[in-house]
Design a binder for this molecule. Structure first.
Ligand SMILES: Cc1cc2nc3c(=O)[nH]c(=O)nc-3n(C[C@H](O)[C@H](O)[C@H](O)COP(=O)(O)OP(=O)(O)OC[C@H]3O[C@@H](n4cnc5c(N)ncnc54)[C@H](O)[C@@H]3O)c2cc1C
Length: 272
């Protein structure tokens, strides 16, 4: 069994601050973590490895600092970590990011067979949920998004049954392998890392791939050159003010309803 997991290192905050001049995230002084959904994807991959044997490869496109996230994945039980890092990749949008990850996965597939690709459902900073589906489309692989559990997985017969969350409830899908799953947190609860993995990780140095070695990425498809998305304006929205409260206890039902309707009319939020 060979599973590849794509992880993103993100700022450890749901309250991102944007630099008003550059429109980019303020990352200085903000601790970085593995995107929470991705940590659960690593856990699933490691569990499948323990059950079927084989290996787990983790890939990430990011600045040199993202190497620490790969060491954390080694602690969790991953066998190989690849940091795809180069100034040419910076300011990538989801199209450029999915290109780099798809080419990287193609190169790994050329080295040895791959059974499963695991992505988080979304990153907590960009929040687009576009990269996983973008990579599946580029590689022409089956995509199951918002996966919540793996009912069966057969690397020999090359099939799997996966449950995914939809607005209408849980869907049960059968797929051929390799397939790409984007996962929810409940796909696999994170367990304490076994000591041997923690010790091994302490000595582990992830590989670093540049924009030209070992894969020669098309420079017109990476970084800002490969990103059609233009950020028009980025700002931190002002915190919402609490709405006005009208209490029935003070004036009784009818006067309170009348007062509330009057406030709504003034606020012009509803057309009567
Ligand atoms: C506040 C903010 C808003 C943004 N808005 C947009 C936008 O509207 N359109 C746009 O194209 N870009 C946008 N970006 C840029 C976008 O964050 C990057 O393109 C990023 O690399 C991928 O998009 P995402 O963060 O939305 O990831 P998502 O698509 O939400 O990530 C899903 C999964 O893909 C994998 N993944 C994502 N990034 C990487 C990576 N670098 N390395 C390995 N695996 C990865 C992870 O498994 C992750 O869980 C925004 C960035 C920020 C910080």
């Amino acid at each position: 069994m060979h599973a590849i997991v794509a992880i993103k290192q993100v700022p450890d905050t749901s309250n991102v601050r944007i630099n008003p001049e550059t429109g980019t995230l303020i990352r200085e002084g903000v601790p970085a973590i593995i995107n929470p959904y991705d940590a659960h994807a690593v856990e699933l991959a490691v569990r499948l490895k323990r059950k079927f044997g084989g290996k787990v490869t983790v890939i990430t496109m990011g600045p040199p600092k993202a190497s620490e996230a790969l060491v954390e994945c080694a602690e969790q039980g991953a066998d190989r970590g690849i940091l795809i890092s180069d100034r040419k990749f910076s300011a990538a949008d989801t199209l450029a990011t999915s290109y780099v990850l798809a080419r990287t996965i193609e190169a790994l597939m050329a080295e040895e067979p791959v059974d499963l690709l695991l992505f988080g459902k979304q990153a907590i900073d960009g929040d687009t949920a576009q990269v996983g589906p973008g990579v599946a489309t580029r590689l022409g692989l089956p995509l199951i998004s918002y996966a919540v559990s793996v009912e069966s997985f057969d690397p020999i017969a090359r099939t799997g049954v996966v449950h995914r969350r939809t607005e209408r409830g849980i869907e049960v899908l059968q797929t051929t392998l390799p397939a790409l799953l984007t996962v929810e947190k409940e796909i696999a609860a994170i367990e304490r890392a076994p000591l041997p993995d923690v010790i091994r990780a302490a000595q582990y140095t992830p590989e670093v791939w540049s924009a030209s070695e070992p894969v020669a990425f098309d420079v017109t498809k990476i970084g800002i050159k490969g990103s059609p998305t233009i950020v028009g304006k980025a700002y931190t929205p002002p915190p919402k003010k609490a709405g006005a409260a009208v209490k029935v206890a003070d004036k009784g039902v009818a006067p309170t309803v009348a007062e509330a309707l009057a406030k709504i009319k003034i606020a012009n939020v509803v057309k009567f």
